[in-house]
Design a protein around this ligand. Structure first.
Ligand code: NAD
Length: 506
């Protein structure tokens, strides 16, 4: 064990003992709530699959109570001035920063994400709150649309209590992308976090309370998708669902929300290409391609899980790539040396390992990894894996594996790169590397994806739209796009004089 790992484990102990002391409660109406059912589920750590704690298992009853609290709080919160909302959201950000060490360490323990990446996650979450805090005073702003005899103007009003349903990969940060703009817009929230990573959602609810957010403005109900999740999407008082998760779950939520006409925002799966042309800066392209699939354990919706390399440089590029992948350090998530930590849960671990056999059966080559990591038998540790010699029709080139696994596909020319790039059901992100400025724009325009990065890894800019096309999602996060989702646009039309009114029955 390294000294830093020991230090992190020592720092973690009091945080872990506090949060795991009893049954992890819901937070409803501004207070911890054990739930009426008395039912619980177990939360494991992927480090060794031992139990961390029991978690209150929400049902329709707890969702109903939380939705009622959110509805009651909405009346006051929607009327709070933009300035008041701004102040409280900044206080939330301050408290996130104050508890950043606790959030980072617990997130690693709960999800297997590594400390090298989670260290910044709390700061990024605070930045999400600060960005939307600053924009809260202008959330209602609209347009002036003057006509000859009328003035039309628009204004935005919060849609009402909303449901936020989040997945287990970087759960704290992802939930702040949704909860911060919803609160800034004047909505109230019922959050249902993923059942495999409930710890830090509890911390965020505690922080909201401490920051002085009105009771009921931010509620948290733990539970499984099939009961708490379903109940939230079906609840009459919940006006919209902001969901991040698998595409198949998105389809279910759309059906579940149909009878109450839910507005939905979906951020779903991806099978994103990184396209490397022969004229690219190959050193930078290599760094970025490796980073975008093996960071965050590959459990990242925007990961570059398909590497498309031009045939003229393919063999040399892949040789360097394989050497890098074999070198990737799998280990304890709290060791700062670790680059890939354990995967979230044994079920997901089995799914990812299953693709090693799929690759071989498909006829691809396992150029690196391809098995459980030798680091430990107790947890969900997978070696960083590289599949080469793949074709676009193989399952490893089509399906979201969501682990530290990269599939390499060669291409001849620009046309073939675009064809292969688009040859998946997903359309979240695309990355392309070229020194030719014209080609950069041509390919960026031709790729079917919501976000393209040119000569760059994924860098998030909060005012820019984030979201996917095809099976990767509906709607966009970020800046005004978020407010458009959490708010209704109202048009007000005022006559400027005595325009003609048709006279019936006169
Ligand atoms: P998941 O769809 O299994 O679960 C996500 C959440 O939905 C969990 O809270 C779960 O309890 C809940 N849920 C499950 N069934 C439900 C139902 N019928 N009704 C309501 N809620 C239900 O996803 P996951 O395995 O937790 O997360 C991984 C997935 O998330 C990957 O596909 C990944 O690409 C995607 N993701 C997308 C983005 C993005 O921005 N596009 C970001 C992160 C993760």
């Amino acid at each position: 064990m390294t000294d830093m790992l020991n230090e992190h484990l020592a720092k973690l102990t009091p945080y872990r003992e506090r949060i795991c002391a009893g049954i992890l409660p819901h937070h409803i109406g501004g207070a911890p709530d054990p739930g009426a059912s008395g039912k619980t589920f177990e939360n494991l750590t992927p480090v060794d699959n031992s139990k961390l704690c029991d978690v209150a298992r929400g049902t329709a009853a707890e969702i109903g109570k939380a939705a009622e609290a959110a509805e009651a709080a909405f009346t006051g919160w929607r009327k709070a001035s933009g300035k008041a909302r701004k102040q409280i959201l900044h206080r939330i950000a301050d408290l996130i920063v104050a508890r950043r060490e606790e959030i980072a360490l617990l997130e690693c323990l709960d999800t297997g994400q590594t400390i090298r990446f989670m260290k910044a996650a709390a700061e990024r979450s605070a930045a999400n709150f600060r960005y939307f805090a600053d924009r809260a005073p202008e959330a209602a702003d609209g347009l002036a649309l003057p006509a000859d005899e009328h003035l039309n103007y628009t204004t935005r009003q919060p849609i009402g209590p909303v449901g936020v349903i989040t997945p287990w990969n970087t759960p704290f940060m992802l939930s702040t992308w949704k909860i911060a703009p919803a609160l800034a817009a004047g909505c109230t929230v019922v959050h249902k976090p993923a059942e495999w990573s409930p710890l830090t959602a509890t911390i965020l609810a505690e922080i909201s309370q401490e920051a002085g957010l009105p009771a009921g403005a931010h509620n948290l109900v733990h539970g499984l998708g099939e009961d708490a999740g379903v109940a939230l999407t079906e609840h009459e008082s919940i006006k919209a669902i902001a969901f991040v998760g698998e595409s198949a779950t998105g389809s279910k939520i759309m059906a579940q929300g149909a009878s109450t006409l839910k507005r939905v925002h979906f951020e779903l799966g991806g099978k994103n290409p990184v396209i490397v042309f022969e004229d690219a800066d190959l050193n930078r392209a290599l760094d970025a391609a490796v980073f975008m699939i093996y960071s965050l354990n590959g459990e990242r919706c925007t990961s570059s899980s398909r590497l498309l390399v031009q045939r003229s440089i393919h063999d040399a590029f892949v040789e360097r790539l394989a050497a890098r992948v074999r070198n990737i350090r799998v280990g304890h998530p709290l060791d700062p040396e670790t680059e890939v930590g354990p995967l979230i849960h044994p079920v997901h671990f089995d799914k990812v390992l299953g693709y090693m056999d799929v690759a071989k059966a498909d006829g691809a080559t396992v150029a690196a990894g391809g098995a459980r990591s030798a680091f430990s038998d107790a947890g969900n540790f997978v070696s960083a894996t590289l599949f080469t010699g793949a074709r676009t029709d193989m399952r490893i080139a089509q399906e979201e594996i969501f682990g530290p696994v990269l599939t390499v596909i060669p291409f001849e020319d620009e046309e073939e790169a675009v064809r292969i790039g688009n040859d998946v059901r997903y359309g979240l992100a695309g990355y392309l590397w070229t020194g030719d400025v014209g080609r950069a724009h041509r390919v960026a325009n031709a790729l079917d994806a919501g976000m393209i990065w040119v000569n760059s890894q994924n860098i998030r800019h909060l005012p820019s739209p984030f979201g996917g096309t095809k099976a990767s999602g509906i709607g966009r996060d970020g800046g005004d796009y978020s407010f458009d989702f959490y708010m209704e646009t109202k048009n007000i039309c005022v006559a400027l004089g005595d325009h003609r009114i048709p006279r019936l029955g006169a």
